[in-house]
Design a protein. Structure first.
Length: 136
């Protein structure tokens, strides 16, 4: 088994952050219409709204989406909101996870939901769609 396959399998088998936060500023649901995955992300921001204090995700998406959401849960903790808003599929690939082109949409579902939730909450930036987030 490849290193990426082992990583995906491990994070999907024991997901990180798969629960509903009791307190949150952001809740955003997103459906991947290609595979039918549905995910809801939750985020609690710091009091100054500059960093993500807590992140979680809910529902039971397929293995790649679940693993990616779990990896994202580790990566966004205490990350600057302004930094996360600049993440693209290439950020995921360069920092922690590269998958085949046919799996890319599944791997960015949680990131796209978090991005759009932050945009909606902060009334800044612009929402993205799958086509946009997969461009860079």
């Amino acid at each position: 088994m490849s290193e990426v396959a082992s990583l995906i399998q491990a994070y999907a088998a024991q997901p990180i952050g798969q629960w509903v936060l009791e307190q949150f500023d952001i809740v955003y649901e997103l459906e991947n219409s290609l595979c039918g995955d549905d995910i809801v992300v939750y985020a609690l921001l710091s009091s100054d709204k500059l960093t993500i204090e807590k992140f979680s995700h809910a529902w039971s998406p397929q293995m790649f989406t679940l693993a990616s959401a779990s990896i994202l849960a580790e990566q966004v903790q205490w990350e600057l909101v302004s930094t996360v808003l600049q993440w693209w599929v290439s950020t995921m690939e360069n920092r922690w996870l590269y998958v085949s082109p046919r799996r890319k949409r599944a791997t960015v579902t949680a990131l796209l939901a978090l991005h759009n939730g932050l945009v909606e909450y902060l009334s800044q930036w612009e929402k993205r769609d799958y086509e946009t987030i997969l461009q860079q």
